[in-house]
Design a protein around this ligand. Structure first.
Ligand SMILES: [Zn+2]
Length: 267
C-alpha cells in the first residue's frame, strides 16, 4: 500500500491518538488509506462505523436495508427522531459525514448477497460483520476468508454480547464456531448500551488491525455477559471439517465450546 500523507488539519484532528500506546503516524496514514465494510449499521455496526469514521479510516462502506422504525431507536444511534420512517442507510451516512470531513462514506441500501459480498471483500481491507442473522454473518465470514482479509463479528442478545476476530488466513473462522446455522429469533430483546459496547470493541479491533497497533484478538471469542457483569474470552480452534477454512487434519484441530448463551446472539 502506498500510504497517503496526513494534512496539517488531520494531524491536529488525530493528535490525541498518535503516540506511545496508541497509533504511530504511519499507522494513522494506514487508517487513512484503508477501506472498511460495515454491515449492518444498527445498534452494533452504527457505533462501530462512527468510531471508524472519527478515528480516520479513509473509506467506510456501510450496508443496511429497510427503514428506521421506532423500536430501533433504543440502540441505533446513527438515527434520529426525524429519521423514523425513512430509509436507514442514507441518513446514517449523512450522520457519519457530518461527524468527520476527513473520511469518505459509501452507501449500500441493502445487505449484500453472496456475489456482492465476494466483490466487496476483494475491494475492502476489513469486514465488520454486524447483522442479526447467521445467514448474513456466515456469508460475510466466508467472503472475507476467501478474500484473505480480516473479519470481525459482533453480536448481542439482551444485555450480553460477543466479539470474534479472524485474520482471514491462519486463525479459525466464524464457521468453525458455528458449523451450522443456530436457531435464530428475528425479534429478540436488546439493550442499546451493550450494542454500542460490542460495536465499539469491534471498531477498536479494526483500528488496531488496520493501523498495526496493539495485539489483535485473533481467533478469540470475547463474551460479555452484561446481565451478570461478567466477561470471558475463549480461544477457538480450527475445525478440520470446516467448510470455509478447512484446516488440514494434521493440525489435530479441535473446537472449544462456547457458552450456549452465545449461540443465538444477534444484532
Ligand atoms: Zn473455519
Amino acid at each position: 500500500m502506498i500510504l497517503p500523507k496526513l494534512s496539517n488539519e488531520e494531524r491536529v484532528r488525530y493528535d490525541r491518538q498518535i503516540g506511545p500506546g496508541v497509533l504511530s503516524e504511519e499507522g494513522q496514514r494506514r487508517l487513512k488509506g484503508s477501506t472498511a465494510l460495515v454491515t449492518r449499521v444498527g445498534g452494533l455496526g452504527g457505533p462501530a462505523a462512527l468510531s471508524l469514521a472519527m478515528a480516520g479510516v479513509g473509506t467506510i462502506i456501510i450496508a443496511h436495508g429497510g427503514e428506521l422504525e421506532s423500536p430501533d431507536m433504543n440502540r441505533q444511534l446513527l438515527g434520529s427522531e426525524a429519521g423514523v420512517g425513512m430509509p436507514r442507510a442514507d441518513q446514517f451516512a449523512r450522520y457519519l459525514r457530518a461527524m468527520s470531513r476527513f473520511v469518505s462514506v459509501e452507501v449500500i441500501d441493502h445487505e449484500p448477497d453472496d456475489e456482492e459480498a465476494d466483490i466487496l471483500a476483494r475491494r475492502v481491507d476489513i469486514i465488520l460483520s454486524c447483522p442479526a442473522d447467521f445467514e448474513h454473518r456466515l456469508r460475510l465470514n466466508r467472503a472475507a476468508y476467501d478474500a484473505g482479509i480480516p473479519f470481525i463479528d459482533a453480536a448481542q442478545w439482551g444485555m450480553a454480547g460477543s466479539l470474534f476476530v479472524c485474520d482471514g488466513k491462519d486463525s479459525p473462522c466464524l464457521a468453525c464456531a458455528y458449523p451450522e446455522e443456530p436457531p435464530f429469533e428475528a425479534r429478540f430483546p436488546v439493550v442499546g448500551a451493550i450494542a454500542a459496547t460490542m460495536g465499539n470493541l469491534a471498531a477498536l479491533e479494526a483500528i488496531k488491525i488496520l493501523g498495526r497497533a496493539g495485539i489483535p484478538s485473533w481467533g478469540r471469542l470475547l463474551v460479555v455477559d452484561g446481565f451478570r457483569g461478567e466477561m470471558s474470552q475463549v480461544r477457538l480452534w480450527k475445525r478440520a471439517d470446516c467448510p470455509v477454512c478447512g484446516a488440514p487434519p494434521a493440525t489435530g484441530a479441535k473446537i472449544m465450546t462456547s457458552s450456549p448463551s452465545t449461540r443465538t446472539l444477534g444484532v
